[in-house]
Design a protein around this ligand. Structure first.
Ligand code: SF4
Length: 704
């Protein structure tokens, strides 16, 4: 199948991660389009192999172009009218039996701002359900919660990525950007070459290698000990004269109480618990402090390794405490920020597809916010549902008790990406109706009762918000294949079938964006001044941008933080450890993560031959001594066994691994799903599951 190109060269952005690298798509006849990298502040003319091969899916033989409806146990082609009728009838039946919350909506951090916004509106207006959440709950929610707690708002990086470029000291916690977003590494080069790149990660990743090559540090902590590592560094900042007392006095609150918690993490205790030598801890704090004081830049960045814990919010708060102790946030040339992963992980959490939020990053429980958004939507605020279940809690409730009987999924592949994936699949199978909107038959779509074939990246218009809070235009570069429809159109058609007036659900992305601007106006994430015309004219617009004459806000917090008193807040946190510890049956700690050639659940990248070849099959990475103890050798087939499941793997020995730790990428399907093992223990604040720690053992494949 070919995707005919529209005329001319089209400037757009990569469909995958939050760096949103700039690219140009050029018509290439039967080949659809070709990709060339484009100069842009974030990628500076670079792309990773995922970006270079991204056009392959536009003309992929697996592309869905016909709705599918399950009949006689099989998915069979159907007309759009029949498929949409089946969905609307199923939603009505579920709600007649179980009330408005009997239908759930599950969104994604890769959806455009327009789709994320309209999905939230569809759930709350057309369905009246409180049960909407999205897969960003699985990857950024702890950083978001900690950012709001400390700074009063969360915008990913509160400064442009390019601010990192000249910094001589950068601490990156739990992020392997050399594989997840390689062009970002270019922004770390000055720090790395100065010996100032510090990577905290249980694995010696490619990013840790880059740090060590330049004379920097790899803090190889035990999985689940991120929080004490951070507090131990706060302790050293205080006891060894690195505390920025003037900054703390002028710009923060709560330091004295936070210090009482950090005081318990003296260096030797920190080393004993985390496994990181005192000398490395001491040097890391010195590097950051000296560079900040010399005005050569110092940053603390956190990523999934810090967040994906049952204590993820407190863990990120501990890293923020280190940044505050050193006087970094809100200072030009230094700072703290979380590195967003998904393509629209930032915008995806701002426009109302979170269970507890309305557009503009407003709290759904705030009466003023409800009044404002209800007015924009033309409904009575009393008709707006309240907060619903968080992502895993929503999935866990499917088909039982007062949980949803029907679920519609957009932009997520839950059978692979959800924690405790075997249980989640059971819950999905228990539904009366599972609807999946996708452009490929993902593992989740293959289980559905109705599959609706939608448009992808280069076939649609819209906006994305990158990891630095910059709003970007996504542009159509090819004519969509016959049979596929945009999700805005799908939502409109379903809303009309559910009795809504057609005009309430526009399908033109520009019109939807203008409505989003109105809904966000006055909110935390204020897009009111961002317009398609300004973006198309090449303006650089970071939110908040409250009016059309406003230049946008590339750097937040330079004068005051977003809290009521303008001060950043220290939070008292304590180490509770992982929810699941190793024992005699499961003596190893498994931690999950990403590899260079795959993105998220792999539903897209596993269909690109070059990427599949580069990544190879599912594997477990472990120390050769650990392998010997388990009775396996490098290259063997093996099984990783945990309390919730078993995963088939190939053994990859790597003697840089800790003896107590094994690593599993989570991009693979079937019995190679790492998430068959992961623990859905939830952070009490963010409701993020603990993807980064679970107890396992390794068995030779023959023992299965
Ligand atoms: Fe850039 Fe991320 Fe796309 Fe790679 S996957 S090209 S790093 S946006």
């Amino acid at each position: 199948m070919t995707a005919p190109a529209v005329a001319g060269r089209i400037d757009t952005h990569c469909p995958y991660c939050g760096l949103q690298c700039a690219m140009t798509l050029t018509p290439a006849g039967a080949a659809g389009v070709t990709v060339t990298a484009r100069q842009f502040p974030t990628n500076r003319g670079g792309l990773c192999q995922k970006g270079w091969t991204s056009a392959e899916l536009l003309r992929h033989p697996d592309r869905l172009t016909t709705p599918l409806v399950r009949a006689g146990g099989r998915l069979r082609p159907a007309s759009w009218d029949d498929a949409l009728d089946r969905v609307a009838d199923g939603f009505r039946a579920a709600q007649a039996a179980g009330g408005r919350d009997a239908v759930g909506i599950f969104g994604g951090g890769g959806l455009t701002n327009e789709k994320a916004y309209m999905l939230g509106k569809f759930a709350r207006v057309a369905l009246g359900t409180s049960n909407i959440d999205y897969n960003g709950r699985f990857c950024m929610s702890s950083a978001a919660a900690a950012g709001i707690r400390a700074f009063g708002l969360d915008r990913g990086l509160p400064f442009p990525v390019s601010d990192l470029t000249s910094a001589k000291a950068i601490l990156l916690v739990g992020g392997n950007v050399a594989e997840t977003m390689p062009p970002l590494v270019g922004h770390l080069t000055a720090a790395a070459d100065a010996g100032g790149l510090i990577v905290a990660d249980p694995r010696r990743t490619a990013t840790a290698d880059r740090a060590l090559a330049g004379g920097g540090l790899h803090l190889q902590l035990a999985p689940g000990t991120d929080l004490p590592l951070a507090l131990g560094m706060v302790h050293l900042a205080v006891t060894e004269g690195h505390l920025d007392r003037e900054y703390i006095e002028a710009r923060t609150s709560g330091f004295d109480d936070a210090w009482l918690a950090a005081a318990q993490w003296w260096p030797e205790r920190t080393e004993r618990v985390t496994g990181v030598p005192v000398a490395a801890l001491r040097r890391a704090v010195e590097i950051l402090s000296r560079s900040r004081r010399a005005d050569t830049g110092a940053y603390v960045l956190t990523a999934r390794g810090a967040e994906q814990h049952a204590t993820g919010t407190d863990t990120v708060s501990a890293w923020i405490a280190l940044a505050l102790a050193l006087g970094l946030p809100g200072r030009r040339g230094s700072g703290y920020g979380p590195v967003t992963g998904q393509g629209n992980g930032q915008g995806g959490r701002e426009h109302g597809q979170k269970a507890d939020q309305l557009p503009g990053y407003r709290k759904i429980t705030d009466p003023v916010a409800r009044e404002h958004v209800a007015h924009v939507w033309g409904i009575d605020p009393a008709d707006l549902p309240g907060p619903g279940r968080s992502a895993y809690e929503l999935l866990d409730a499917l088909g039982r008790g007062d949980g949803p009987r029907a679920l519609m999924v957009h932009g997520a592949n839950l059978a692979v990406s959800a924690p405790r994936a075997g249980h989640v699949v059971d819950r999905l199978l228990s539904l009366d109706l599972l609807v999946v909107c996708d452009f490929l038959l993902s593992e989740t779509a293959a289980m559905a009762d109705v599959v609706l074939p939608v448009l992808q990246w280069a076939e649609e218009e819209g906006t994305m918000t990158s990891l630095e809070g910059r709003v970007l235009r996504r542009r159509r570069a090819t004519t969509p294949p016959d049979g596929a429809r945009g999700e805005l159109e799908v939502l409109r058609d379903l809303a009309v079938r559910l009795g809504q007036p057609e005009h309430r659900f526009p399908v033109e992305p520009r019109v939807v964006f203008d409505e989003l601007r109105a809904a966000s106006a006055g909110g935390v994430a204020d897009y009111a001044g961002v317009t398609y015309d300004r973006l198309d004219a090449g303006e650089t617009l970071h939110w908040p941008c409250p009016d059309v004459d406003h230049p946008g806000t590339p750097r937040l917090f330079l004068d005051r933080f977003g809290t009521d008193d303008g001060r950043a807040r220290f939070t008292v946190v304590e180490h509770r450890g992982p929810a699941e510890e190793p024992d005699a049956d499961f003596p190893l700690v498994a931690t999950t993560g990403r590899v260079l050639a795959h993105y998220q659940s792999g539903a897209q990248t596993r269909r690109v031959g070059e990427l599949t070849t580069a990544a190879g099959p599912m594997f477990v990475q472990l120390h050769s001594d650990t392998a010997v103890r388990a009775g396996v050798c490098d290259g063997d087939d093996a099984v990783v066994v945990g309390r919730r499941g078993r995963v088939s793997v190939a053994v990859r020995c790597d003697d840089s691994m800790r003896l107590d730790t094994v690593f599993l990428p989570f991009h693979f399907a079937g019995d190679a799903r790492a998430n068959l093992l992961t623990n859905p223990a939830l952070d009490p604040t963010s409701r993020m599951p603990e993807f980064k720690v679970c107890a396992v053992r390794i068995e030779p494949a023959r023992a299965v």
